[in-house]
Design a protein around this ligand. Structure first.
Ligand code: ZN
Ligand code: ZN
Length: 309
């Protein structure tokens, strides 16, 4: 009988595999970096669109608006079983864009509208490269029927939360400052894309550098020296070698391989290297790490959606 119960328990466990445990690597009560989406243009169900949230004390700062970001953020809030109330949709008010590629902006309408529908009463603040204003105004125009109906229809809605105060930056340097963070933008090389940027966030206790999309870029090396966390995009070297010549040519000038990233890590020695915008191309996490560790032996984390650093 006892064995039978054990057997049934075993079957029960098999049928109720919990989703991969959400991982928390953070070591600060003040600053937490959340990977909302570690993806790229491929619609992988395991990698939501490229988006990060930096939480400093009670304020969230979003970086890039890949599709799915609002729902990924919700996953970590108390309503859905998490403990980061700071990521509730209505609290998402400040956001930064590295560049306007669609895999980084396809969630922009969601970021403007869903937090408003969920009760955000202030305009969203967005800091992005040239073209951000044009994109913003056109999204608002595209949704004017929705906005009009919610503001003037029977539904209780405020007339502020759908608005966007956008600000464009064009030069390297400080683009934002408040009592929690100083944000510096620096140019990165992303093929011939004219306006691709990385960011350095300095909080009261951490320096976090985010590559955005780029091939190996001197400014990343300059800004990441001694950072606590370098969040860098990456593709698999083994996967690259199996690509056709035209795709190889594209990726070489737009993105960064594991081996190239390992050299950047060696030159900068950040506390942690966190991989995001990951192109696995059939490689496993351990194969990516093996490629990197062949050159660099420091701490490297293959980012998964909802990881906290
Ligand atoms: Zn991208
Ligand atoms: Zn891009």
């Amino acid at each position: 009988m006892k064995q039978f119960i054990l057997f049934i328990s075993f079957l029960f466990l098999l049928g109720n595999q919990p989703a991969a445990a959400q991982r928390d690597f953070s070591d600060s009560e003040i600053t937490k970096l959340v990977l909302l989406g570690t993806g790229n243009p491929n619609p992988s169900p395991d990698q939501s669109g490229c988006a990060l949230a930096l939480v400093v004390r009670d304020t969230p700062y979003l970086i890039d608006f890949g599709p799915g970001l609002i729902r990924r953020a919700a996953r970590l809030t108390p309503k859905y079983g998490g403990d980061l109330a700071v990521l509730e949709a209505r609290k998402l008010k400040k956001a930064f864009l590295t560049h306007l590629h669609s895999d980084h902006t396809a969630g922009y309408a969601d970021l403007i509208l869903t937090p408003w529908v969920m009760g955000r009463e202030e305009a969203l603040e967005v800091y992005g490269p040239t073209g951000t204003g044009h994109m913003t105004e056109h999204i608002l125009e595209a949704y004017q029927e929705d906005i009009r109906y919610r503001v003037y229809g029977d539904e209780p809605a405020n007339d502020q939360g759908w608005r966007v105060n956008w600000q464009e930056f064009e030069e390297e340097g400080e683009i934002y400052r408040d009592s929690n963070v100083v944000v510096v933008a620096f140019p990165v090389i992303h093929g011939s894309w004219p306006n691709a940027w990385g960011f350095r966030f300095t909080t009261p206790d951490k320096v976090i550098v985010i590559s955005g999309d780029c091939k190996p870029s001197p400014k990343v090396v300059e800004y990441a020296k001694g950072a606590d966390i370098l969040v860098h995009e990456v593709y698999s070297q083994a996967g690259f070698e199996a690509k056709s010549e035209d795709w190889k040519a594209y990726h070489t000038v737009h993105h960064t391989s594991t081996l190239e990233l390992a050299k950047i890590a060696r030159a900068t020695e950040p506390g942690k290297v966190v991989l995001y915008h990951i192109l696995f191309w059939g490689s496993s996490e351990s194969e990516l790490l093996k490629e990197i560790h062949s050159v660099y032996q420091g701490g490297v984390f293959v980012g998964q959606d909802l990881d906290i650093f």
